[in-house]
Design a protein around this ligand. Structure first.
Ligand code: HEC
Length: 169
């Protein structure tokens, strides 16, 4: 019996999920795919620093609806009108390869964290005058917290639990 037919026999007889018996011979799922179950997302949420650990992921996803026309958040997602946001937490502002940022964002010089994103999402144009992100802002603080919690969970920050530096008063 060849190696592949042996594998097929194991897969059939053990009742494993069909996906685990694909062409790759049942290679383990990547960490990113593994994050997709609701329980794993809730665990990632709980690992976030306050106030994001009590964020409402459903509302966050709803809020992200207004970002979706310009941004992808999946790993390796393409740049659209705005840059791909996977891994944005802990990344220097304006540093996605191949995206043509405004000088305002290129020169910003900070690393994205919840506090910076909160200011950015309140009003991008007053936070970084000269930005080309045409977005009016999200007025309700709770909506921003929920959106940032959602973004952290979806863009991989929950897995590494990016530290939140103390916010200025
Ligand atoms: C109309 C299109 C558009 C919408 C809607 C939009 N963005 Fe953007 N976004 C941009 C553009 C363009 C840039 C680059 C800005 C620059 O270079 O000045 C950007 C930049 C960013 C950055 C900085 C990324 C980096 O690599 O430094 C973040 C974070 C971001 N957007 C988050 C969001 C979120 C969250 C939303 C939804 C609330 C949103 N954006 C809505 C177009 C958009």
């Amino acid at each position: 019996m060849s190696r592949s037919s042996a594998l097929a026999a194991i897969c059939l007889s053990s009742g494993l999920l069909v996906s685990a018996c694909g062409p790759s011979g049942g290679a383990s799922k990547t960490a990113v795919e593994a994050m997709s179950s609701p329980a794993e997302k809730q665990a990632a949420l709980a690992s976030l620093p306050a106030p994001y650990n009590t964020g409402d992921l459903e509302n966050g996803e709803r809020q992200f609806g207004v970002c979706r026309s310009c941004h992808t958040i999946a790993p390796g997602g393409r740049n659209m009108t705005g840059p791909n946001l996977y891994g944005v937490f802990g990344r220097k502002a304006g540093s996605v390869d191949g995206f043509a940022y405004s000088d305002a964002v290129k020169a910003a010089g900070f690393v994205w964290d919840g506090a910076h994103l909160d200011q950015w999402l309140t009003n991008p144009r007053t936070f970084l005058p000269g930005t080309k992100m045409s977005f009016a802002g999200i007025k309700a603080e709770k909506d921003r917290v929920d959106l940032i919690a959602y973004l952290k969970v979806e863009t991989g920050a929950g897995k590494t639990a990016v530290a939140e530096p103390k916010t200025q008063p």
